[in-house]
Design a protein around this ligand. Structure first.
Ligand SMILES: C[C@@](CO)(OP(=O)(O)O)[C@H](O)COP(=O)(O)OP(=O)(O)OC[C@H]1O[C@@H](n2ccc(N)nc2=O)[C@H](O)[C@@H]1O
Ligand SMILES: Nc1ncnc2c1ncn2[C@@H]1O[C@H](COP(=O)(O)OP(=O)(O)O)[C@@H](O)[C@H]1O
Length: 281
């Protein structure tokens, strides 16, 4: 069975406070974008992951292995699985590639082993392997809170173009959250947000509380953001903990111009032009 695992961007990400368990309470508006990995999963006598991207671990450190271990234990599976993972989403990019793989993999396991898992059971397993994994069970834009695992409500967004630019640095999420320069913003507004946003609402809401830390540590990311704005992005910001900076465009002409600029500017950059998605099929 073959499934797509889509990337996300955080249109806003506010860090509220640090919790007793070491995690941070956050509020975020997350949206899938049209960039996806492919997962092919078959029942097998041995557990194996193969991946086109050699920087991704294929052992117990892969989030797919962690997900499988939990499902195998809970449902006492009689077979193992062979997983073929084709990565298009760069890792350590703030695009949620690993988390998205975990959710897509769980959906496949549910199908091929006829597990008849309830949505709550899926949520329970996803929240054990990551913080922003639960969002990927929804396949829609959504407001999230808690450590990221509470989906407050889904959202409907207007269509816009998205330019993704990632310099060749891989950023550890935990190092960003633990930085002493992290800016906290006590908001608590997600529950009151209107679930249907127009383009102005989207542009007015963009923000990322992790940006200052990442811009300071990796000035290249700040320069990319500034350049995108010069190249007529309606907004530009860091996604998640980076290192991807994304630009929001309403004009295809400006999107293409900015894409052409970054493609030539530095050959080691990951540069991708795409759009947001409201309903993943
Ligand atoms: C920053 C965000 C924004 O969507 O995305 P990414 O940049 O990773 O895509 C998320 O909060 C990342 O979620 P996720 O990638 O699932 O994080 P986890 O694996 O659960 O946590 C990695 C580490 O980040 C820190 N962490 C994570 C989430 C959170 N709300 N507070 C934290 O302090 C913890 O130190 C944790 O050990
Ligand atoms: N299936 C997977 N896809 C991508 N990265 C994975 C996967 N499993 C484990 N990882 C590890 O998780 C870390 C974060 O990757 P990823 O989820 O893509 O980034 P981010 O959280 O920044 O969006 C990387 O160090 C990577 O090695």
């Amino acid at each position: 069975m073959l499934i797509r695992a889509y990337a996300k961007v955080n249109l806003f990400l506010k860090i509220l406070n640090k919790r007793q368990d070491g995690f941070h309470n956050i509020e975020s508006l997350m949206s899938p974008v049209n960039l996806f990995d492919l997962l092919k999963v078959q029942k097998s006598r041995q557990f194996r992951i193969t991946c086109n991207d050699k920087t991704i671990p294929v052992d117990e450190n892969n989030i797919i292995s962690k997900t499988f271990a939990l499902v195998q234990k809970k449902y006492n599976l009689k077979h193992l699985v062979d997983v073929c993972l084709y990565k298009n989403i760069p890792s350590g990019a703030g695009l949620g590639g690993g988390s998205s793989n975990a959710a897509a993999f769980l959906q496949i396991l549910n199908e091929i082993f006829s597990l008849k898992m309830s949505f709550d059971e899926k949520v329970d397993i996803m929240s054990k392997v990551g913080s922003d994994t639960v969002f990927f069970l929804y396949n829609q834009p959504a407001f999230v809170r808690g450590r990221g695992e509470i989906v407050d409500k889904t959202a409907v967004l207007p269509s816009f173009y998205v330019l993704l630019v990632k310099p060749p640095v891989t950023i550890s999420t935990s190092s960003v959250y633990s930085d002493k320069n992290l800016t906290l913003t006590p908001y608590n507004t997600v529950s009151n947000m209107h679930p249907v946003l127009n383009y102005t609402d989207v542009l007015d809401s963009v923000d990322n509380g992790l940006q200052n830390v990442v811009f300071k540590k990796y000035p290249e990311t700040y320069l990319i953001k500034e350049k995108m704005l010069t190249l007529n992005a309606d907004a530009a910001l860091l996604s998640g903990s980076g290192a991807t900076v994304f630009g929001i465009y309403s004009s295809k002409k400006y999107l293409n111009k900015a894409y052409d600029y970054f493609k030539i500017f530095n050959k080691s950059y990951f540069v991708y032009k795409t759009e947001n998605i409201n309903n993943v099929i």
